[in-house]
Design a protein around this ligand. Structure first.
Ligand code: ATP
Length: 247
């Protein structure tokens, strides 16, 4: 499939009683940021795409393949959840190697793949450490390495930069850009941050009350949001400044 064609299509409903997700979402191979207030259903959307959560109705299609009935490990997705979910009893090496071991990869292949990705993300010196001894930014890189080492078709990032300071955030944003460009993997990045959206996104989807209420080219969404979206962002004057960043 070439550039500009639909890579991912989600059309899924899930009713929790207290909350209903009714998500229609599609993207090509770019970098898509999903913005939305807390409790909008952003994490649930990622969990449905990853196969952690089964929709009541609907479909998930990745690269023309209907993966709705497939378990997470057969979807070829690298998922970095909100709290990174690193295994606390395993070393950084064990954490990164986990997905390859689970797929039955050869020991020496695992070692070279882990070492290569660790070098790419500048965490080779951390391989023997346990997650509890890492900083927020280091944990984020380890989680990203764990997601990337399986050579996924798609990367899902759930608020990946929420736990780091501004300087680290800027550095990590550059790394995410690099990873997206270098590995050529489509990314869905969930955040509340307009700065992250303006810096990283090719496309922006805005989610509210379980639905995607606006979606399109990043510049367009940031410059002319619907009233509903503008009210949520509540910073209309900021749009012009954000456009300056994009230019
Ligand atoms: N297993 C569940 N059972 C019932 N309700 C749930 C369940 N999981 C999530 N919810 C509810 O669904 C809604 C959406 O949750 P979700 O975590 O997707 O929001 P979010 O947009 O990612 O929020 P945040 O930005 O705060 O992470 C919330 O109201 C949440 O309480």
């Amino acid at each position: 499939m070439g550039l500009g064609q639909t890579f991912l299509e989600v059309n899924a409903e899930k009713d929790f009683g207290n909350f209903k997700l009714d998500a229609e979402f599609s993207m090509d191979r770019g970098y898509c940021v999903v913005l939305g207030p807390t409790g909008a259903g952003k994490s649930l959307l990622l969990e449905i795409i990853a196969g952690i959560l089964m929709p009541d109705r609907g479909k998930v299609i990745i690269d023309c393949e209907d993966v709705t009935g497939l378990p997470p490990e057969r979807r070829g997705i690298g998922f970095v959840p909100q709290d990174y979910a690193l295994f606390p009893h395993m070393s950084v090496y064990g954490n990164i190697a986990y997905g390859l071991k689970a797929r039955g990869a050869d020991k020496s292949d695992i070692r070279s793949a882990v070492e290569e990705i660790a070098e790419n993300l500048g965490i080779s010196h951390l391989l023997d450490r346990k997650p509890a001894t890492l900083s927020g930014g280091e944990k984020q890189r380890v989680a990203l390495a764990r997601a990337l080492v399986i050579q996924p078709k798609l990367i899902l990032l759930d608020e990946p930069l929420a736990a780091v300071d501004l300087r680290t955030k800027e550095k990590l944003m550059n790394e995410l850009k690099f990873v997206h460009r270098e590995f050529g993997i489509p990314v869905i990045h969930v955040t509340h941050s307009l700065i992250e959206a303006a810096t990283l996104a090719d496309e922006i989807a805005v989610m509210m009350n379980g639905r995607i209420v606006e979606k399109g080219d990043a510049k367009k969404v940031l410059s002319s949001p619907s009233k509903e979206v503008a009210d949520f962002l509540a910073v209309k004057g900021l749009f012009k400044k954000l456009l300056d960043i994009l230019d």
